[in-house]
Design a protein around this ligand. Structure first.
Ligand SMILES: Nc1ncnc2c1ncn2[C@@H]1O[C@H](COP(=O)(O)OP(=O)(O)O)[C@@H](O)[C@H]1O
Ligand SMILES: [Mg+2]
Length: 324
């Protein structure tokens, strides 16, 4: 496995006001490694520095300090490197009065494609994003999901090995998200490397191989989902818990939560025997409906991590405990 994008102590400070001399520390000493053929999720709340990082990778803006290597090269402004990167900007906008295929032809020409090559590439990318059926409709009539898919097709025009997608699923409805997710997973399976930024975690959790969570320009936590989402517990869904059962469970340190009037959910912390809880249900004649292992979700990890970071910052108590 080789490293496709590597940042070392990447730092960006913006001048907030020309006269005020104020500075915004958008990114601080960011170290990232994105490997071949993976979906790398770059996560953080709005204003964390995700777009800033991406723009530096694309040489649209320049680091204050630190460095970036792409495909083993330091000269990331060279056309050889740029040709290998497809980019979908955050909130990409295309003229309403153009047809989908016209947008792609326009961008294809910018990439230096023409004639039959151009037409083939346009057809191919429309096919990848399942937009062939709407290729000669105006953007004006496209849904948000269709616009995003045309944006993705545009990013794919030069058949890049790396795709950098800034908030590709933000604002999409559940069906459009699912479609986008499937397309992105397919691209990964074909061997492309994807860097996806997002502040929406449920989507990302379903497809990403590794994640980095940043907050206020600093790395909080990174790794594979299996490494990060380690807190496992087991839940038992049962008929409503009686007060007697409740008391017994409390003694065992098992939390029972009513999910409806007729249903309860028992949380068995990891390391505790499941049989004790089952025994209580048996003694109290409470019907068990299901027993399921439960892993912490990425969203819970995110809230925990970013919560730690913001508390540490506001309280100035300790540095973020989750940082590593
Ligand atoms: N051109 C700019 N000038 C000054 N500050 C900026 C500029 N671009 C971004 N910022 C600030 O840098 C921080 C990070 O922004 P950004 O990278 O867009 O975050 P994200 O993409 O994670 O939402 C924010 O505080 C933002 O206001
Ligand atoms: Mg952004």
């Amino acid at each position: 496995m080789s490293v496709v994008i590597e940042t070392k102590d990447l730092t960006k400070t913006y001048e907030a006001g020309f006269f005020s001399g104020q500075e915004v520390h958008a990114l601080k000493n960011m170290n990232l490694q994105i490997n071949t053929g993976e979906i790398f999720a770059y996560l953080g709340p709005n204003g964390s520095g995700k777009t800033t990082t991406i723009k530096m990778m694309l040489s649209l803006i320049f680091p204050t300090s630190g460095s970036i290597e792409i495909l083993g090269r330091k000269d990331i402004r060279s056309s050889e490197v740029k040709r290998q990167i497809g980019y979908l900007p955050e909130g990409a906008y295309y003229p309403e009065f153009l047809k989908g295929e016209e947008v792609l032809r326009f961008y294809g020409q910018l990439y230096g494609l023409s004639g039959e090559d151009l037409e083939q590439r346009v057809a191919k990318t429309l096919d990848i994003v399942s937009m062939t059926y709407a290729r000669n409709r105006l953007i004006r009539g496209y849904s948000k999901g269709m616009r995003q898919r045309i944006g993705l097709a545009q990013a794919l025009l030069s058949d890049p090995t790396i795709l950098i997608l800034d908030e590709p699923t933000t604002g999409l409805d559940p069906l459009a998200r699912k479609e986008m997710r499937d397309i992105l997973a397919n691209l990964r399976d074909e061997g492309k490397t994807l860097l996806i930024s997002s502040h929406e975690l449920q989507e990302v959790e379903l497809i990403s191989d590794r994640v980095a969570i940043i907050y206020r320009g600093e790395m909080q936590i990174s790794g594979t989902l299996t490494e990060l989402l380690t807190d496992r517990d087991v839940t038992i869904e049962a008929d409503s818990i009686t007060p007697a059962a409740q008391a017994k469970l409390e003694q065992l340190n098992i939390k029972a939560e009513d999910i409806t009037k007729e249903r309860s959910l028992l949380h068995i912390p990891s390391g505790m025997s499941l049989y004790d809880a089952v025994e209580v249900c048996k003694q109290e004649n409470i019907n068990i409906l299901s027993v399921a292992p439960r892993r912490e979700t990425l969203e819970e990890l995110f809230v925990r991590t970013v919560g730690d970071a913001s508390r540490a910052e506001s309280g100035k108590a300790q540095p973020a405990t989750a940082a590593n």
